[in-house]
Design a protein around this ligand. Structure first.
Ligand code: NIG
Ligand code: FE
Length: 417
């Protein structure tokens, strides 16, 4: 097992709440990584002392293990402790992007261009991506997906969810779920994205298909079931039936709700015990009260408002009301074709009233809550060693320097990427 001591961390965001600080911030810190897990987190001075005694204990064991900085990859010295100098950089948990739609064909740059001259966003464009996705081969989709995964890693995202929803036939939804499962365990079956054109006059037949054959084909590859509960997509009543069918097949519910206007999505998500309701752009007081009294996370997707020129959700109001807020990219070719979690943080701070620390928490620990994961989103003993070194002295720089690629490197499951 590889053991690595990451030292000289200028500011460490642990997300283990301490003295009223939800980010559990440490200065001049160190992290010990054993295999794919965090073994220890603490003050750099304590690490140096422990390392020195480790040196003494192992002095007869051959190679020295002093705390010298090294650029050698940790894997090079198996069973020995490698010491890596973070150079005073800020270190944060890897981003947890709990909402993406990354398996698709084609793009819709023409729609984006039209929106920027005043054409409103219409979710009907989803059907164009469905056509392009159905026309793509498995290998084409797989290659595209591999490119997106590399893009996520380069930007510090170490855990990500992927939804189906651009196939909308049994065979196409099954292959999207299967391809997504090749790169993440957080796969969401979204057969209820929109009613495909060929069922426009027979929506109840399509919903029956989603709840039965399509669900049976996709459930083995999936953890979650999602529904786009919105005017023009699925009603609350339809969504409830679809989510219940998913739950009966062992999937856990999450909901797209209140994106394009007020509606019942949020209240449905809370009533169904969903892990998360995503978008939350148009909320009333009843929605906020329901969320505040629930275990359902409000996942905000500011890339959508940025790319569709919609009003941003009021994150400040949600947080002040006691709602748990996550940030995610919603990366998809229609409403938000960006996979950048640093951009979500910058938008959340500059447009949605979040503090930089709240936004970083929401993009890490918040995403983990939205995926009901207790092994990612924080840096503490026993958790996955997923962490990001920033080319910056503090996490605030993620919002302070929008558009600047501040991710120096990411460690994923204890391995530098
Ligand atoms: O989350 N809202 C529904 N689905 C996506 C948009 C998909 C698309 O436009 O292709 C979303 O915004
Ligand atoms: Fe989405």
């Amino acid at each position: 097992m590889t053991t690595t001591l990451l030292t000289n961390i200028g500011e460490l965001t642990t997300n283990v709440e301490q003295d009223g600080d939800p980010c559990g911030t440490l200065h001049d810190a160190a992290v010990l990584i054993e295999g794919d897990r965090i073994a220890w987190v603490g003050a750099g001075a304590d690490a140096a002392a422990a390392n020195a005694s480790h040196d003494r204990e192992s002095a007869s064991g051959g190679r020295g293990l002093g705390n010298r900085p090294t650029s050698r990859p940790p894997g090079a010295l198996s069973r020995e402790m490698e010491v890596v100098d973070a150079g005073g950089r800020a270190v944060i948990p890897g981003f947890v992007d709990s909402h993406t739609h990354l398996v698709f064909g084609g793009d819709r740059a023409d729609e984006f261009e039209a929106r920027m001259t005043g054409t409103p966003y219409a979710a009907g464009g989803i059907r164009r991506t469905v056509a392009a996705t159905r026309a793509a081969t498995d290998d084409e989709l797989r290659a595209r997906l591999g490119g997106f995964v590399a893009e996520l890693h380069r930007q510090g995202t170490t855990t990500f969810e992927i939804k189906t929803g651009y196939g909308l036939t049994v065979a196409d939804e099954e292959r999207l779920a299967r391809l997504a499962a090749e790169v993440t365990r957080e796969v969401t079956f979204l057969g209820a994205h929109v009613v495909p054109a060929e069922y426009a006059e027979r929506r109840h037949v399509y919903i029956d298909l989603v709840c039965d054959e399509m669900l049976r084909a996709c459930a083995p590859h999936s953890r979650w079931i999602d529904v786009f509960c919105e005017r023009g997509a699925f009603t609350a009543e339809e969504a409830r039936r679809i989510l219940a069918a998913g739950v009966a097949h062992g999937l856990e519910p999450r909901v797209h709700g209140n994106q394009l206007g007020p509606g019942e999505g949020v209240r449905l998500a809370v009533a169904m015990g969903a892990a998360s309701v995503d978008h939350c752009t148009y909320l009333d007081d009843e929605d906020v009260t329901a969320l505040a009294g629930s275990n359902t996370v409000a996942t905000l997707l500011p890339g959508v408002e940025f790319s569709t020129r919609q009003p941003y959700p009021d994150a400040r109001h949600l947080i002040d009301a006691g709602v748990t807020v996550a940030l995610a990219s919603d990366c998809n070719p229609g409403s938000s074709f960006t996979s950048s979690m640093p951009l979500m943080i910058a938008l959340a701070v500059r447009e949605m009233g979040m503090t930089p620390s709240e936004a970083v928490w929401a993009a890490t620990a918040g995403g983990a809550r939205a995926l009901r994961r207790d092994d990612v989103g924080a840096l503490a003993p026993g958790m996955r060693a997923d962490l990001v070194l920033l080319d910056a002295p503090t996490r605030v720089h993620l919002a302070y320097r929008p558009g600047v690629p501040l991710v120096h490197s990411a460690w994923i499951g204890g391995a530098p990427s």
